[in-house]
Write a protein that binds this ligand. Structure first.
Ligand code: GLU
Length: 282
């Protein structure tokens, strides 16, 4: 539980336009801080060089203003902060808790030994313990989750004030630096939430399992643990989860159709889903 003022953030990846699910996260994170006299920050998670687009950054700012949201301080961009992530990775390398991984997606998909996690196949650990690897070949860096978890022992985090015991092995040996980028979502988000003094993370339940990894990284890197508030996800009239759709329901499209932004913001503020959607039960 955080004491005093809250700092929250909205942290979209500019790989497409914002959709209704983003509006839900942004309004909830904005109001969480606003209700407590705290600060709401905007962070652009543009570490994916292949998929991040500059025009989406401008579009996101426009969409948030259309919803009537404003944020405190300058917009932070992860692409400006790569040395910080590299320093965190170097520390984990020095402690022997990460290893280079040369596998391609196809290698991993072909692996018959891949154990299954709650979100699909886990990395089977092919490159863990490789003694002779050619470092000039393209490689990612993976966290040796078993060793890392053993190093720090039992960890707790909170979701809506309820204590959760961290289970960092649920997602396997996650990637901390990609072949095509010197960091990954997990590492960058953990470093930045600490660096920006985020006290409360308000985000969708699709990221609930990732929090187990973030908690482990916080322990390994001596970073503080925010309080988490994972919110329900939007389900479309057809029963499909919104996060999986693309394009059709962007906020820009809704604006072009003449939708009043209050028809989105007001139901969210009343604890409901906008525009014929419903909130997931689980
Ligand atoms: N950048 C992530 C996304 O757009 C969200 C990060 C977070 O809230 O932790 O899905």
């Amino acid at each position: 539980m955080s004491i005093g003022l809250s700092t929250t953030r909205f942290a979209p990846s500019p790989t497409g336009r914002l959709h209704l699910g983003h509006a839900l996260s942004a309004v909830l994170a904005h109001d969480f801080a606003g209700d407590r006299g705290g600060a709401f920050l905007l962070r652009i998670e543009d570490i994916d060089p292949g998929r991040s687009r500059e025009e989406h950054v401008a579009g996101m700012v426009e969409d948030l203003h259309w919803l009537g949201l404003s944020w405190d301080g300058p917009v932070v961009r992860q692409s400006d902060r790569l040395p910080l992530y590299a320093a965190a990775l170097d520390r984990l390398k020095a402690e022997g808790l990460v290893y280079p991984c040369f596998c391609t997606r196809a290698d991993i998909a072909r692996s018959v030994s891949a154990p299954h996690g709650p979100e699909g196949p886990l990395y089977p650990g092919t490159c863990r313990g490789l003694s002779e690897a050619d470092p000039s070949r393209p490689h990612a860096w993976r966290l040796d989750v078993t060793q890392a978890a053993a190093r720090v022992g039992r960890l707790i985090w909170s979701d809506h004030g309820q204590e959760i015991e961290a289970q960092p092995d649920l997602l396997g040996d996650v990637v901390l630096a990609r072949k095509d980028a010197p960091t990954s979502y997990h590492l960058a988000v953990t470093v930045d939430d600490a660096a920006q003094g985020i006290t409360d993370v308000v985000r969708g339940r699709d990221l609930f399992l990732s929090t187990h990894i973030h908690r482990l990284l916080q322990a390994l890197l001596d970073l503080p643990t925010p309080a988490y508030h994972h919110h329900k996800l939007l389900i479309g009239p057809d029963g499909e989860r919104l996060a999986k759709r693309h394009g059709a329901l962007s906020l820009a499209d809704l604006r072009d159709q003449g939708i009043d932004p209050q028809a989105i913001v007001e139901p969210i503020r009343a604890g409901a889903a906008p525009l014929g959607f419903r909130l997931s039960d689980a």
